[in-house]
Design a protein around this ligand. Structure first.
Ligand code: BGC
Length: 265
């Protein structure tokens, strides 16, 4: 048995680059029609759509800032208008605005919370409302699936990144509380917590000398790639993961295993 998403519609926020783009591509290969959401990177989103279509899949690019309720609602309306339904939300959009604590501006605190936490709240709310509206579609055992993109920093404190860590810590209990609230309706909510995955968000930390330092934090001995996360997302979104409810799956090469204790602490 394979992980398939035939006949399903997936909205992937932040689908124009990085992990989101990898998920959009893999979901399309697995048979889903994909809404590739973007905020700034129209070229990236359109390129992702072209690649999906060239491989025989279905996709559209939809612009929306996930922190703006009206834009999120318009994105879901566009998805339904184009593909008739929404079966899967991957709430993936995320940003970093790093600064030492006393240098962190209120604006940079707010922007990260707005995109990473409030954005997932708004998208998940729109998704649950849409799942209820459309009822059983017979394309999956669950009535709807939501994947929240968390991070190892939902549990690993991260000096110099208090806004980002706070947003991901928030995702942990947003996800679990929502999962508990809607599971009886057949809606599955889960999260993925990636470790260091080679994308634009952490290019500085994953190249050159910095990569050697980073590897000390990864027992499995390699920096992750987008496909490592996309495959887990596909498993969770498909019926192969049907009994997984309210779980955070860490995809981190062991980064959360306290690697500093490997040599007897
Ligand atoms: C961050 C990356 C970082 C990784 C591990 C991710 O959530 O976005 O920048 O490399 O966590 O620290």
């Amino acid at each position: 048995m394979e992980c398939r998403l035939d006949g399903q519609v997936a909205v992937v926020t932040g689908g124009s680059s990085g992990i989101g783009r990898g998920i959009a591509q893999l979901f399309a290969q697995a048979g889903a029609a994909v809404v590739v959401n973007y905020r700034g990177s129209r070229d990236g989103a359109e390129e992702a759509v072209r690649e999906i279509e060239a491989a025989g899949g279905k996709a559209i690019a939809v612009k929306a800032d996930v922190s703006q309720q009206a834009e999120v609602e318009a994105m879901f309306a566009a998805a339904v208008e184009h593909f008739g339904a929404v079966d899967i939300l991957v709430a993936n959009s995320g940003i970093q605005k790093d600064a030492a604590f006393t240098e962190l501006t209120l604006e940079d605190w707010q922007q990260v919370i707005d995109t990473n936490l409030t954005g997932q709240f708004l998208c998940a709310q729109a998704a649950v409302r849409q799942f209820r509206r459309q009822g059983e579609r017979g394309v999956s055992r669950a009535r709807g699936k939501i994947l929240c993109m968390s991070s190892v920093h939902e549990v690993i404190p991260w000096a110099g990144h208090t806004n980002y860590a706070a947003s991901k810590g928030g995702i942990s209990l947003l996800m679990k509380s929502l999962a508990q609230e809607v599971a009886e309706e057949g809606i599955r909510v889960n999260a993925i917590a990636p470790g260091a995955i080679r994308t634009a968000i952490n290019a500085d930390a994953t190249e050159g000398d910095a990569a050697r330092d980073l590897l000390r934090l990864i027992p499995y001995g390699r920096i992750g790639v987008v496909e490592d996360v996309a495959r887990v997302a596909l498993f969770l979104a498909s019926d192969m993961g049907d009994y997984v409810v309210g779980a955070t799956l860490f995809v981190d090469g062991g980064m959360t295993l306290y690697p500093g204790f490997r040599d007897n602490g």
